[in-house]
Design a binder for this molecule. Structure first.
Ligand code: ATP
Length: 460
C-alpha cells in the first residue's frame, strides 16, 4: 500500500524556487491537503509526486518504488506510478456519453483473477462500478447525455466519477470542486471524505480554501513561498499554529495579533504586557530567555463578550450571520475580533465588556515569528494605554531572510502549464497519457473537439 515519501525535493526555475527542500511523509491511506496562498507551490508539489513535473533535486518514493531520484536518474512516468488524477480543468471526451466517459477509463483496469493472473473487469463489475459512482455523484439521470448537454458542475461530477471508478491507489486532486456551487461543494466534501474511507486510497488534494483543507484532511501541508510551514492534523494546525503565517492563514475570522513584550520568563511561564494589560502566561513549552518583543495570538472565540467582562470597549462593527456574530471591538483604538454564538447583535458604538479566557492563547516570538507556547493568560493589571503612533502596528508574518524568492521576482521564462504537456517537454521517461486510470488531462485533444462538437456523436 502506498506511503509517499519526499526527501529534500526542490523545484527551481533559474533561481526561482517553486518548492524548496520538501521533506514530508504521506502515510498510506492519508487524506493530505496541500494548502497555501496562490503561487506557494501546492500544484508544483502535487505534480512532482504525480510525475507531471520533474524536480530539480531530491527523491520521491511511492510505496516500495523510488519514482524519482535526482542522484540515480530514476524518473518514472505518471503511467507507471499507479495513480489517478482529478484536476480543476478536467477534460471529458465530448463525443462520448457520460456512461462511456466513465467506462472508457475502466477498460484498462486490471484486477487479480481467481487463477492469480490479472484480468479485465467483467461487464457486471463494470456496471457495478458505474452505478456506484453515478449514485454517489448523483449523475444517474445523465448517463446517456453528452458533456455539451451538461452544466459545468455536472461535467465536473462526471470527471470525478470517471476517476473514482478506477479505484486508484493514490488519487491526486487539484481544486476538483471549484466549479461547483457552494451547496454542492459542501455536499461533495462529505462524500469525498466517505469515499476516502471506503476506497482505501491515499488522497492528495490541492486547495487554497482553508475550510476545505481543514474539513477534509487527516493532515494539512501548509506552504508559503515554496516552503512547508506546518505539516500536522487540522486541529493541531488550528490550535497550535507553528508560526505567525500559519496562525494568520488558518481560521475565520482570523486570529487577533496583539503586539507586546515579555517582562519576565520562568520556564514555560512569562509575565507579559500588551495594550496596557499586564498578564501571566502559562504555556506548554519552555520559553527561551532573552526574547522581548512578542505577539499574543488570541482566537476570536477566546474573547467572550458578557456583562461582567473585565475589559471595556465599543462595538466598532458587527457581522451577524445567524448562527454566530462576529463583533469588531474598539479597545483603546485597537480593533479586536470576537465571535459570539447565537443570533445576537450589538448597536454600533455601544459599550462592550469582554474578557480574554481559555487555554488556547498563543505566544509568538516577533523576531523569528515562531510559536513560544500555547496556554492560559491571567490578567494581573489593567492600566492606561495610548497607542504611540497614528497607524496601527504593522505585523510582518514572515521572518526576514526566510523567503527563498525574496527579491527574485517571478521567473522570466517558462510558462506555467498544467497537464501532461509539461511532462513531455521535460523528457519524463515515458510521457504516455495516463489512460490506465482515467483519460485525464490530455487537455489539448478533448478541448479542441469541445469547440466543435460533432452533430451526431458516434458511440464507441
Ligand atoms: P495556485 O493556487 O495559484 O494554483 P500554487 O500554490 O499551486 O498556486 P504553483 O502552481 O505550484 O502554485 O506555482 C508555484 C510558483 O512557481 C509560482 O510562482 C509559479 O508562477 C511558478 N511556476 C509554476 N510553474 C512554472 C513554470 N513552468 N515555469 C516557471 N515558473 C513556474
Amino acid at each position: 500500500m502506498p506511503k509517499i515519501v519526499l526527501e529534500h525535493v526542490t523545484k527551481r526555475w533559474g533561481n526561482f524556487y517553486g518548492a524548496k527542500d520538501l521533506n514530508i511523509v504521506l502515510e498510506d491511506r492519508e487524506f493530505v491537503t496541500l494548502l497555501g496562498p496562490s503561487g506557494c507551490g501546492k500544484t508544483t508539489t502535487l505534480r512532482m509526486i504525480a510525475g507531471l513535473e520533474t524536480p530539480t533535486e531530491g527523491k520521491i518514493t511511492i510505496g516500495d518504488t523510488v519514482v524519482f531520484d535526482s542522484e540515480t536518474g530514476i524518473n518514472l512516468s505518471p503511467a507507471k506510478r499507479d495513480v489517478g488524477f482529478l484536476f480543476q480543468n478536467y477534460a471529458l471526451w465530448p463525443h462520448m456519453t457520460v456512461y462511456k466517459n466513465i467506462t472508457f477509463g475502466l477498460e484498462n483496469v486490471r484486477v487479480p483473477g481467481e487463477d492469480g493472473k490479472m484480468r479485465r473487469l467483467t461487464k457486471a463489475e463494470t456496471e457495478e462500478r458505474v452505478n456506484e459512482v453515478c449514485d454517489m455523484l448523483k449523475i444517474q439521470q445523465f448517463r446517456d447525455r453528452y458533456p455539451s448537454e451538461l452544466s459545468g458542475g455536472q461535467q465536473q461530477r462526471v470527471a470525478i466519477a470517471r476517476t473514482l471508478a478506477t479505484h486508484p491507489k493514490v488519487l491526486f486532486m487539484d481544486e476538483p470542486l471549484s466549479n461547483l456551487d457552494a451547496k454542492l461543494r459542501a455536499e461533495m466534501r462529505t462524500e469525498l471524505k466517505r469515499m476516502h474511507r471506503d476506497m482505501n486510497s491515499t488522497f492528495v488534494y490541492v486547495t487554497h480554501d482553508q475550510l476545505e483543507a481543514m474539513t477534509l484532511a487527516t493532515n494539512i501541508c501548509l506552504m508559503n513561498n515554496g516552503l512547508v510551514q506546518q505539516f500536522d492534523p487540522p486541529l493541531t494546525v488550528y490550535n497550535k499554529p507553528a508560526n505567525l503565517f500559519v496562525a494568520d492563514f488558518i481560521g475565520n475570522p482570523t486570529m487577533n495579533f496583539i503586539p507586546g513584550v515579555i517582562e519576565e520568563v520562568k520556564g514555560s511561564e512569562a509575565t507579559v504586557s500588551f495594550f496596557g494589560i499586564k498578564a501571566k502566561f502559562k504555556g506548554d513549552q519552555e520559553i527561551p530567555e532573552g526574547i522581548k518583543d512578542i505577539i499574543v495570538g488570541v482566537r476570536p472565540e477566546f474573547l467572550p463578550i458578557h456583562e461582567k467582562g473585565k475589559l471595556k470597549g465599543l462595538a466598532y462593527g458587527t457581522l451577524p450571520a445567524g448562527m454566530e456574530t462576529t463583533v469588531k471591538i474598539n479597545f483603546n483604538d485597537e480593533i479586536l475580533s470576537s465571535v459570539v454564538f447565537g443570533s445576537i447583535d450589538y448597536a454600533i458604538d455601544s459599550e462592550i465588556r469582554f474578557d480574554i479566557v481559555g487555554d488556547g492563547i498563543l505566544l509568538y516570538d516577533y523576531a523569528s515569528k515562531n510559536v513560544l507556547g500555547r496556554g492560559t493568560l491571567e490578567i494581573l493589571e489593567i492600566g492606561e494605554y495610548h497607542r504611540g503612533s497614528e497607524e496601527p502596528f504593522k505585523i510582518e508574518l514572515v521572518a526576514p531572510g526566510t523567503n527563498p524568492n525574496e527579491g527574485v521576482g517571478e521567473p522570466g521564462k517558462g510558462k506555467k502549464k498544467k497537464g501532461l504537456k509539461k511532462a513531455k517537454k521535460e523528457k519524463v521517461e515515458e510521457p504516455a497519457p495516463v489512460a490506465e486510470k482515467a483519460p485525464v488531462e490530455e487537455e489539448e485533444a478533448p478541448a479542441e473537439e469541445v469547440e466543435e462538437p460533432s452533430e451526431e456523436p458516434k458511440e464507441e
